[in-house]
Ligand binder design. Structure first.
Ligand code: PMP
Ligand code: GLN
Length: 384
């Protein structure tokens, strides 16, 4: 029996495009290059370390902010990669994936009526979470092929209600990176207008062609107003574990933790122990991740060379955008459905990541797959 009094908090939100396309891929038996997750397994050492922790009886609540040894290892990792020293116990919180970190960071700073600037194509969780906090997302569209941010336009979009900006670099779905000049422009706007920043850096270790990831942790003035969101899911091929963390200055971390304790309280203890050991014993895994994925990117690009798709540049993440305008006039969602059910390859359309209708004929392929899978997919795509 349904209630007449029920009113949706998210009336305009439907099932996520990732769920939609993965479901269709499974139903159709298509090769799934849609939802972003690795086909290969998490490293043996890490799996064994988590299993060992379970066997050792480390199965009760961890401290709400995270296990101290893990916080210390993350702080050492940040120091090694970004030459920035955080206090592990005052600046870092372990979360249930980046998804929780984004949710809690937004709840921490957004009050009713606040505006938050986001860039389209935007990761699907940002706008609904802003809405749940009573805020309003202000969308700045970015366009193919380079998806560059026009910082003048960002400055002009700031009003006296603007509370924060959300950035994502390396960027899902476009594979673009913010460069040093972008970061300086961002810093100026955030600081001059007394804003906060949420920086979604879940693909921070996956950059290509010797391009450096410009973490907010390299910009101390900006970090003073920021939440930096990271995810072990991307780094250790374990998206299903939902392990992430948030780095922030102490005054923001204190408020963040107040909310985190009522969202999950704490995160899976054996995984925290396993990841601590992995960070300690195998630092090379992270350092080799960019090269590992660059080979995958280049492999797929090589295989698609004879296709009618136009390949857009990918400087990071495990995604590649391709333009299908030489193949079809269909809109991108219809094209992805057709590609999945008729051709046997599932991809993600870009229009669901835009607030305004978008007519770009661009789709996203995930190349976090074994070569045999990429071979099969490319063979089908080259026949179009
Ligand atoms: N942000 C971006 C840009 C992502 O691509 C993802 C997941 N693919 C997330 C956040 C969520 O990460 P997690 O799975 O760790 O919650
Ligand atoms: N972030 C993943 C992607 O971009 C999907 C995560 C999800 O399904 N929520 O494909």
């Amino acid at each position: 029996m349904s209630s007449n009094h029920f009113k949706s908090r998210l009336p305009d939100v439907a099932t996520s495009i990732f769920t939609e396309m993965s479901l269709l891929a499974n139903q159709s038996g298509a090769i799934n290059l849609s939802q972003g997750f690795p086909e290969f397994d998490t490293p043996e050492f890490l799996k064994a370390a988590v299993i060992d922790a379970v066997q050792q009886g480390k199965n009760q609540y961890a401290p709400s902010s995270g296990l101290p040894p893990l916080l210390e290892q993350i702080s050492a990792l940040i120091n090694r990669r970004y030459q920035y020293q955080l206090d592990p116990h005052k600046n870092i919180t372990i979360t249930s994936g980046a998804t929780e970190a984004i949710f809690v960071a937004i709840q921490t700073i957004v009050h009713a009526g606040d505006e938050v600037i986001i860039f389209d194509p935007a990761y699907d969780s940002y706008a609904p979470v802003i809405q749940l906090a009573g805020g309003r997302s202000v969308h700045i569209p970015l366009s193919a092929p380079d998806y560059k941010v026009n910082w003048q336009q960002v400055q002009e979009s700031v009003t006296d209600r603007t509370r924060a900006i959300i950035v994502n670099s390396p960027h899902n779905p476009t594979g673009t990176l913010l460069d040093h000049q972008d970061m300086l422009n961002l810093q100026q706007i955030v600081c001059d207008n007394d804003l906060f920043l949420i920086s979604d850096e879940v693909y921070e270790f996956i950059t290509f062609d010797k391009k450096a990831h410009q973490s907010v942790l390299k910009y101390p003035e900006l970090f003073e107003r920021a939440f930096v969101v990271s995810s072990f899911g991307k780094t250790f091929h374990c998206t299903g574990w939902k392990m992430g963390y948030c780095s922030a200055p102490e005054y923001l971390t204190n408020e963040f933790r107040k909310i985190h304790q009522y969202v999950t309280y704490s995160v899976h203890t054996p995984s925290q122990i396993g990841i601590t050991n992995m960070l300690t014993e195998h630092p090379e895994h992270i350092d080799e991740l960019g090269t590992f994925y660059q080979q995958k990117r280049d492999y797929l690009i090589g295989k698609l060379a004879s296709s009618k798709f136009k390949i857009l540049p990918s400087s990071g993440t495990y995604f590649l955008l391709v333009d299908y305008s030489n193949i079809s006039d269909m809109d991108d969602r219809s094209f992805c459905h057709w590609l999945t059910t008729e051709v046997g390859v599932a991809a993600i359309p870009l229009s669901p990541f835009y607030e305004q209708p978008n007519t770009n004929k661009v789709i996203r392929l995930c190349f976090a797959k074994n070569e045999a899978t990429l071979d099969l997919a490319a063979e089908k795509l080259c026949q179009l």
